[in-house]
Design a protein around this ligand. Structure first.
Ligand SMILES: [Zn+2]
Length: 477
C-alpha cells in the first residue's frame, strides 16, 4: 500500500490539525506541534489519533530533507541481513487474510497472566493485524495485545462447547452469566466465528492425555526444571501446570516444545529436578512413588517431538513488539541467541532495553510485516527527525520516546514525564507494578511464592554447546 493512499485516508483528521509551520520548522515538526496541542485531553480517541498521526509522521516526505525511512536502504546502510522468511513460524509470518475484528466485538480468550483461565473479552482497539483485548468489568491496565490469528482467542460459546470454564465479567456470580443476555444488555456484537483462526492441519492424536505427568522448565525461572502435569489440551497445544504451584506459572506449548521433557529426563541427564513445594521427601524424590501417590501416569516419551534449534543468527534484522509498550512494533536486531530463544535489541535504543524472547514468539515478525499488515512501525532512533524541536517540557524526557503509551496501561494514551514513561530508569527496574487481576494481590518478593524474577539463565540443556549455566537450582523461589 502506498504512502499516498494512506495519507488520503487520514486527510480528514489531519486537515483540522495542520497549521502552517513557523519559519525554520519543517513540516513534521509542525504536525507534532499541533498534535501536542491536541493530545492534552488524553482520551482513548486521542490515543488512536496519536497513533495514526505518528504513522503519517513516519511516512511523510519532507521536501529538501531526509527521504522516507525504508527497510531496503536501511539494511544496505547497516550491512546486515533481514532474517529470512523461512525461519519464521506461519503465525509470525505474513498473514493470508486481513484482520476482520472491530472494536467492540466480544469473544472468549486466555488471560496471559493466568493462562489456565478463559475470560470474557472485548476488542478495544485494532491496529493492522493486531488488536488490544479488554477484560470485561476490569480496569484497562490489564488489557493486552494479540495477533488476529492468535490461538488464545475463541468465538463466543466456545467454552461451553468444549467444556471449558468461562470466567464471567467482574460482578457476575458463577453460573449467572449467559452470553445471550449479556450481549443484549451490552448491545454488543459477538465477533463472527469466521474471523478466528482455524487449524490448517487436523489435530492428530499426540499420546498426551489430561493429568499426565512430565518434567518442564519454569519459563519464569528458566534455570528450574520441575515436576509438572498436563491440565488442559486445546487443538495441538498442552497446558503445563507445575505441581503445588499457583496457576500463574502455567503455560501453553506444543508437543515439540523444548521446555517439556518426559519423566526421568533429569535423572538421565544429571539435571536437578525441582520437586513440588511442600513435598514431604524432596531429597529422595522418586517418580515411581510420586506417580503412585498421585494416582497418575507419566506422559509417554514417544509423545515428545523435540523440535530442532531455530535458525536465527546474530545481527539479523526483524520487526518485534516492544514488550514495555506493546502497542508498538519496532525495528530490531538479534544480538544473542541460544537454541530456542533470541535476544532482541531495538535499533538506536540503549542495550538495557534488550530482552530474551522465544524464537517462536507471536510477537516476532519478518521485515516488512508492519507495512504489509497496515501496522505502524517504529523506525530506529535517530533515523527520523525526533521531537528535538519541540518546546521544552512538552515531550517525554526519555531519549527516543515519543510519549506514546503509559506505564499504567492504555487508559492513558500518552505521557510527558518519567513517572509515566515505560522506558524511564525508574520504571525499568519495576517489572510488574500491577495487582493481580483476579486475587488483587500485589507481587511481593517476600511472600512464600513470589513472582520475583530470578536471573534468566536457562536450564543447561537450553543452552548451546560449550555454554554452561551458572545458576544453582535451589528449591525455593
Ligand atoms: Zn517516555
Amino acid at each position: 500500500m502506498s504512502t499516498g493512499f494512506r495519507l488520503l485516508e487520514f486527510l480528514p483528521c489531519l486537515k483540522s490539525w495542520l497549521t502552517l509551520p513557523p519559519l525554520g520548522y519543517n513540516c513534521k515538526t509542525a504536525l507534532v506541534c499541533t498534535w501536542e496541542g491536541k493530545k492534552r485531553g488524553q482520551s482513548g480517541r486521542n490515543q488512536r489519533e496519536t497513533f495514526i498521526f505518528l504513522f503519517v509522521f513516519d511516512c511523510l516526505v519532507v521536501p529538501g530533507k531526509k527521504k522516507v525511512w525504508n527497510w531496503v536502504s536501511y539494511l544496505e546502510e547497516e550491512r546486515m541481513p533481514a532474517a529470512p522468511l523461512k525461519l519464521f513460524r506461519e503465525y509470525q509470518s505474513f498473514p493470508q487474510g486481513r484482520n476482520g475484528f472491530k472494536a467492540g466485538m466480544k469473544l472468549e480468550g486466555l488471560d496471559p497472566e493466568h493462562p489456565s483461565q478463559f475470560c470474557v473479552l472485548t476488542v478495544a482497539e485494532v491496529q493492522g493485524y493486531r488488536m488490544r483485548l479488554h477484560f470485561d468489568g476490569y480496569p484497562e491496565c490489564y488489557d493486552f495485545w494479540v495477533n488476529a490469528d492468535s490461538s488464545d482467542i475463541h468465538p463466543v460459546g466456545w467454552c461451553e462447547k468444549t467444556s471449558h470454564k468461562l470466567l464471567p465479567p467482574k460482578g457476575f456470580k458463577e453460573g449467572e452469566f449467559s452470553w445471550t443476555s449479556y450481549l443484549k444488555n451490552c448491545k454488543a456484537q459477538a465477533a463472527p466465528k469466521s474471523l478466528f483462526k482455524t487449524l490448517s492441519t487436523p489435530v492428530t492424536p499426540s499420546g498426551f492425555r489430561l493429568g499426565m505427568k512430565l518434567e518442564a522448565v519454569d519459563k519464569k525461572n528458566p534455570s528450574l526444571m520441575c515436576v509438572a502435569t498436563i491440565t488442559d489440551m486445546v487443538d495441538n497445544r498442552l497446558l503445563v501446570h507445575f505441581d503445588n504451584w499457583d496457576e500463574s506459572y502455567d503455560y501453553w506449548c506444543e508437543a515439540s516444545s523444548p521446555y517439556i521433557r518426559p519423566v526421568g529426563y533429569c535423572q538421565e541427564t544429571g539435571t536437578p529436578l525441582t520437586t513440588p513445594p511442600g513435598y514431604k521427601d524432596s531429597k529422595a524424590f522418586s517418580w515411581e512413588r510420586y506417580l503412585e501417590e498421585t494416582n497418575s501416569q507419566a506422559a509417554p516419551a514417544r509423545a515428545f517431538k523435540l523440535r530442532p534449534a531455530h535458525g536465527f543468527q546474530v545481527n539479523m534484522k526483524l520487526e518485534a513488539v516492544d514488550r514495555r509498550n506493546p502497542i508498538l512494533i519496532r525495528v530490531a536486531t538479534i544480538v544473542d541467541k541460544d537454541d530456542h530463544r533470541i535476544k532482541i535489541h531495538f535499533d538506536g535504543w540503549d542495550r538495557h532495553y534488550d530482552f530474551w524472547v522465544d524464537a517462536d514468539s507471536p510477537d516476532v515478525h519478518p521485515v516488512g510485516w508492519c507495512a504489509k499488515t497496515g501496522h505502524a512501525l517504529q523506525v530506529p532512533l535517530g533515523k527520523v527527525d525526533d521531537l528535538i524541536l519541540l518546546p521544552v517540557g512538552q515531550a517525554c524526557p526519555t531519549p527516543g520516546c515519543h510519549g506514546i503509551g503509559h506505564v499504567r496501561g492504555p487508559r492513558y494514551g500518552t505521557h510527558y514525564t518519567l513517572v509515566g514513561c515505560p522506558y524511564s530508569e525508574v520504571n525499568l527496574s519495576r517489572e510488574n507494578l500491577l495487582q493481580d487481576r483476579l486475587s488483587g494481590e500485589r507481587p511481593s518478593p517476600s511472600s512464600s511464592m513470589p513472582k520475583a524474577k530470578r536471573p534468566e539463565t536457562p536450564a543447561p540443556f537450553l543452552l548451546g554447546a560449550g555454554e554452561s549455566s551458572q545458576e544453582d537450582s535451589s528449591q525455593s523461589r
